[in-house]
Design a binder for this molecule. Structure first.
Ligand SMILES: [Zn+2]
Ligand SMILES: [Zn+2]
Length: 364
């Protein structure tokens, strides 16, 4: 029987890490730290690491990979499984990675006797994936971070073949929200059209969201789009792995040329600047005094020491995780005997599907 030990990421936003034991063998799903200055690691011990056969990584964000160096410290030499794109995006070099290519989507990949997996795209970041893992007689589903309705990225669940999962671990990151991403993009566009004289600044993260917004605005406004150097590699990734994109999104080549042109002096451009680079944001805001900052998630004006006047900022929340209805849909599609909802301080290890439905009115 499966024994799931939650080492982090349930009842909190960050340090996602799940240790699963079966038949005297063990695997780890993600190995992240908190996104705070302290970078709190998960409750992983040397004793856990000594038992591991394999580690599965969903994507390159630090709340999923930040504690990988601990594995090496404690002498782990087994495979660390991830997509080729995820491996390429890692900030710290990682030994023992075992990567899979886009062509292997939907295939059973054998890791060892009793351990095999399938993967598919999860729509959250280019290269981000979910896993369906066969661990001896048991089957596990791990969503990783999931976005149902990315403008550019594919998100397809495992084919329905009658599998009843013993355990499903499902992203509940935006459980308190109800959002349609395409509507948010349309609202942003209207807002930008209504403010023709104002440059627009998006404090941005290394995520699918940033490329979704930049691409949509490139298509639906006449403004120049300026991407900060530190985010350019993210855009480059879209040309390297077109398999990860929805088939209708084929206009990217001209967008790429546009992005790479240095247009920082044009009057009313739309700027994408790393959200953690306050110096750069402040500098830009100083240079373009009538610019408007648009915040698109939990990272908002409260994160900065600089002050904003009332007309200097606006919020449009764009999903980077499933919202309430997405979580219900995902839970219904993945038939599981037990579901663990992670990636939110509003769900705990006791949260069940029925409770989620019952709490609907309180949640929303
Ligand atoms: Zn993520
Ligand atoms: Zn995450």
């Amino acid at each position: 029987m499966l024994n799931v030990e939650i080492l982090g990421g349930v009842g909190e936003y960050g340090r996602n890490c799940f240790f699963i034991e079966n038949n005297g063998h063990a695997i780890l799903l993600d190995c992240g730290v908190m996104n705070t200055r302290q970078k709190t690691p998960p409750n992983l011990t040397q004793a856990h690491v000594a038992k591991l056969d394999a580690v599965f990584i969903s994507h390159s964000h630090s709340d999923h990979v930040g504690a990988l160096p601990l594995l090496e410290t404690w002498g782990y030499t087994g495979p660390i499984i991830m997509s080729k794109m995820t491996a390429q995006q890692l900030k710290q070099p990682c030994q023992h990675t075992k990567t899979f290519q886009p062509e292997s989507i939907g295939e059973w990949i054998v890791v060892s006797n009793g351990l095999s997996f399938q993967w598919g795209y999860s729509g959250h970041l280019i290269g981000s994936v979910w896993y369906k893992i066969r661990f001896f007689e048991e089957v596990i589903f791990y969503s990783g971070d999931y976005v149902v309705d990315s403008f550019l990225l594919k998100a397809e669940l495992p084919i329905e073949d009658g599998t009843v999962y013993d355990v499903a671990i499902i992203d509940s990151g935006h459980v308190e929200k109800s959002i349609n991403n395409l509507e948010v993009l349309q609202q942003m566009t209207e807002y930008i059209h209504a403010n023709p004289g104002c440059p627009i600044i998006f404090p941005s993260s290394f995520s699918g969201k940033t490329v979704d917004i930049a691409t949509y605005l490139f298509q639906h406004t006449t403004r120049s789009i300026c991407i900060h150097d530190n985010l350019l590699s993210l855009f480059e990734n879209y040309y390297e792995e077109p398999e990860n994109l929805l088939p209708t999104k084929t206009i990217l080549p001209s967008f790429k040329r546009q992005c790479l042109i240095k247009t920082t002096d044009s009057e009313c451009a739309i700027y994408f600047v790393p959200e953690r680079d306050e110096t750069k944001l402040e500098e830009l805001l100083h240079k373009k005094s009538n610019a408007i900052m648009i915040f698109t998630g939990y990272w908002n004006k409260g994160k900065y020491s600089m002050q904003f006047s009332r007309n200097q900022h606006k919020e449009f929340f764009y999903k980077t995780h499933p919202d309430y209805h997405d979580i219900i849909t995902l839970s219904k599609k993945i038939h599981a005997q037990k579901t663990i909802y992670f990636h939110s301080s509003l769900t705990t290890k006791e949260t069940t599907f029925l409770q989620l439905i019952k709490n609907e009115e309180e949640v929303l």
